[in-house]
Every structure is written in structure tokens, then in C-alpha cells.
Ligand binder design. Structure first.
Ligand SMILES: Nc1ncnc2c1ncn2[C@@H]1O[C@H](COP(=O)(O)OP(=O)(O)OP(=O)(O)O)[C@@H](O)[C@H]1O
Ligand SMILES: [Mg+2]
Length: 408
């Protein structure tokens, strides 16, 4: 009975979305013109049905009732008028500010920097997806504000900021990430992505998995953030050909070159993240004035020679679990294989990281990729490394936004 109800709600919402946008459905997310509060009420209702098992619904309903619409006035007051001192950082399409609400709770407010149809679309994509996902390792939406030209998203503030800030940024000198925390973060963020790929309905590709999008709560538990670039994959489609968006250094070659987004692109990015967690190195490093080297290019020869101790982050001062380090690095490299079919699924990644797939791990270790002298499988990284920063990529390829259904 519940399944039928869920199906009917989804179908009617799909029809509704198509009719109000005029151009493309909300599922395609190319236009978003209905009054947001009304749409959100519907989305909230639908997400209540489509993302959790029945046993979780009570808990979920309790959680969901905590998200709401904020007024601009309230967010101005909370962030001291978006004061520069409150700024946590700036990303591809907005700045993020720390704030405190009247009840004392701390929030992070993402404020879109440009209001345009495109920004409006990104906003709609992010809030729609965030409103529907609930998982212990995914940063959930606390609310939003859409007044005049302003579009803001409100999240819980993550007191330990991002993984990036601990690996390479403002907190890196404090060495707060011991090995056990790194393992918990690696497994937790993998579980968050498993949820997106396998449990969310329809399945979701994140498309911007990277260290700044892994936030850390007060206990250093991973909360994967930023679904603004994600796409919903309709059932039956195995990949989506779309605009290339993401961050250099984390982009799977087939995605960067051909725009083929699939779950395995997230696996690739996650592989880079694993290598970063283990080594403390950036995805792309400057070797000299003219050459950049990708983290896979650097790590692969060392793995082939069994020199794991040269890979591990020196900040750990030798305090790590050898077997776990080996798992993280080997799994990271196979995830970042050039050929998507060689990459494991995120479900396998979780099991491999936990040491639960011993046979599969041995199989991976014996992959030709890890044979000395014939190491191949990882991209050279040179073509993506045109400048110092890990640039945000937003390459518009009008006319290629289409869904390729693969006929079974
Ligand atoms: N809920 C939060 N709590 C604490 N810090 C946050 C929160 N959300 C974002 N930040 C921090 O704010 C900064 C800007 O985030 P933002 O998501 O805008 O940019 P980004 O992650 O660098 O790039 P992208 O736009 O590709 O996601 C990042 O350093 C991020 O870690
Ligand atoms: Mg981000």
C-alpha cells in the first residue's frame, strides 16, 4: 500500500514539475519558476516518502521538521549583516558565513554571489536534493531564504570546518587528524556517497567530491556537503551526458573530456580524496616552474615498490596502522583508475576500507596497475594542471544536456 502511495506521489510530482516549468522538468532542473515555498512543501512531502525505509520515517519526520524558511532579516541579524569577519570561505558560486540564531544555535549560510537564471537553477538543484537526503554522513539542509534577488541556503555549522582546512589549510599545523580520525572520515564519507548512489531515489551523482566538501562535525565525523552540482539520475539510465562541472585534480578523465557523468566519476574523485587523506598531499602539486604532478602519478610508483611509509603523511609521525594505510592507498589508486570499468563501486569501497573484502583486495593488489615497470592506469595529470589552483570548472556545453538511456 505504502509503495503504491509513494509511486503515485512521485508520478504526480513529476507531472506537476513538467507542467509548471514549461521548458524542462524539475528533474532536469533547467528552469525553476514556481514560488519556492510551495515547491518546498511538496518536496518535503515527497522526500518523506522516497528516501528512507519505513522504520526510519518517524525519526526522519522528526529531523525534517527542523528545516524551514528563513527571512533575510533573520539571516542578516545572525551573520552581523554578512560581515567579512563572519566569512568562512568562498566557493564556486557563493560565499559561506558563520552565524548564530536567536536561540544560540550556530549556522553556516551560503549566499549566492550572482543572481542569474543559472544561479537560480543551481540553487534549485541544491535545495531540492538536500531537502530529500538524510544520512548520518551527509550535511543536511536546515533551511533556505529566497527574497528578492537573494538566494541563501542555511546549514548546520560544522565546528571543525572542512577536511581541506585540516589537510592543507588553516588547521593543518595543529595536526588534529590522527590516523584513527582519518580512517573514520574516509569510511564515513564513503558511506555518505553510497547512500547517494544506492539508496536515494532516484540515485544521485555528487559530481564535486573533494576535501572542501567533506565537513567535520564536533566529533570529526564526516559530513559530505554540496550537492549543488549533483544530478538526479532517472531510473533506467546508466549515465548522464551533461555540462562538465567539478574541480581540477578530482575529475575523472572520461568526465573531463567527454562529459560522461556516472557514479564511477564520484569513485574516481573519492580515490583522489583517499590518497589525500593518507598522504596529506594536494591532488596536484607543482614540481617546478613548468611541471605539475598529480597525486596518482606520485603515489603509484611508490606503491609498486612497496614504499608505503614514503606515502604516509609525515604529520602522523609514524603513528598509523600499516594494514589500513595500505588499504587506503591501494583502494585510492584503483578508484582513480583511468578506465571506469576497473574502478570498484562505492559499496565495495566501504567494504574494502573496512577490510571486509580480503579476496577482492588481493585481486586489486595483483592488478597490472601495481606491477613495477609497467605501472599504468592513472592519468598523467598534466593536461589538467594548467595553473596553480584547483580551479572550479564550469564549462558550458550548451546542447549536450541530455540523458542517454542505455537499452538493456
Ligand atoms: N556548514 C559548514 N560549516 C562550516 N564550514 C563550512 C560549511 N559549509 C561550507 N563551509 C566552508 O566554507 C568554505 C566555502 O564553501 P563552499 O562550499 O562555498 O566552497 P568550496 O567547497 O570550496 O567549493 P564548491 O563551491 O565547489 O563547493 C569552505 O571552506 C567550506 O569548508
Ligand atoms: Mg563546498
Amino acid at each position: 500500500m505504502n509503495e503504491i502511495l509513494e509511486y503515485l506521489i512521485l508520478q504526480s510530482l513529476k507531472r506537476f514539475s513538467i507542467s509548471f516549468s514549461g521548458k524542462t522538468s524539475l528533474w532536469g532542473c533547467t528552469r525553476f519558476s514556481a514560488p519556492l515555498p510551495w515547491v518546498f512543501e511538496l518536496m518535503d512531502f515527497r522526500s518523506f516518502f522516497c528516501c528512507t525505509s519505513r522504520s526510519d520515517r518517524k525519526e526522519k519526520a522528526k529531523k525534517q521538521s527542523t528545516w524551514r524558511i528563513f527571512s533575510l532579516k533573520e539571516l542578516h541579524a545572525a551573520t552581523n549583516n554578512f560581515n567579512y569577519d563572519n566569512k568562512l570561505g568562498e566557493g564556486g558560486f557563493g560565499s559561506v558565513y558563520w552565524g548564530q540564531l536567536w536561540d544560540g544555535s550556530q549556522i553556516a549560510v551560503k549566499r549566492l554571489k550572482v543572481f542569474s537564471n543559472k544561479a537560480e537553477m543551481e540553487f534549485a538543484v541544491e535545495v531540492e536534493i538536500l531537502a530529500r537526503v538524510r544520512h548520518k554522513n551527509l550535511l543536511s539542509l536546515r533551511g533556505y531564504c529566497a527574497e528578492g534577488q537573494e538566494r541563501l541556503i542555511v546549514y548546520d555549522y560544522m565546528p571543525n570546518l572542512s577536511l581541506l582546512s585540516h589537510l592543507h589549510g588553516q588547521h593543518s599545523s595543529e595536526s588534529l587528524l590522527d590516523w584513527s580520525r582519518r580512517m573514520t572520515i574516509a569510511i564515513g564519507s564513503a558511506e555518505g556517497i553510497v547512500y547517494l548512489h544506492n539508496q536515494a531515489t532516484p540515485h544521485i551523482i555528487h559530481r564535486d567530491v573533494k576535501a572542501s566538501n567533506v565537513l567535520l562535525d564536533s566529533e570529526f565525523k564526516a559530513q559530505v556537503a554540496d550537492f549543488g552540482f549533483a544530478k538526479l539520475i532517472p531510473d533506467g539510465a546508466t549515465h548522464v551526458t551533461t555540462r562538465v562541472k567539478g574541480t581540477l585534480g578530482y575529475l575523472a578523465p572520461e568526465y573531463a573530456m567527454l562529459g560522461k557523468a556516472s557514479e564511477s566519476c564520484d569513485v574516481y574523485s573519492f580515490g583522489i580524496l583517499l590518497l589525500e587523506i593518507a598522504s596529506g598531499k594536494k591532488p596536484i602539486e607543482k614540481v617546478n616552474a613548468t611541471t605539475r604532478r598529480s597525486i596518482t602519478e606520485w603515489a603509484l610508483p611508490l606503491v609498486c615498490e612497496g614504499k608505503f611509509s614514503e606515502i604516509v603523511d609525515a604529520k602522523l609521525k609514524g603513528e598509523y596502522v600499516e594494514q589500513e594505510l595500505k588499504r587506503v592507498v591501494v583502494v585510492g589508486l584503483i578508484c582513480a583508475h583511468n578506465q571506469p570499468e576497473k574502478r570498484p563501486t562505492m559499496i565495495e569501497v566501504v567494504e574494502l576500507l573496512k577490510g571486509e573484502m580480503k579476496e577482492k583486495f588481493v585481486e586489486i593488489e595483483n592488478d597490472e596497475m601495481f606491477r613495477c615497470g609497467e605501472a599504468r592506469g592513472c592519468s598523467d595529470g598534466v593536461s589538467f594542471a594548467a595553473d596553480d589552483s584547483l580551479d572550479f570548472v564550469s564549462e558550458e556545453k550548451e546542447g549536450v544536456e541530455e540523458i542517454e538511456k542505455v537499452v538493456a
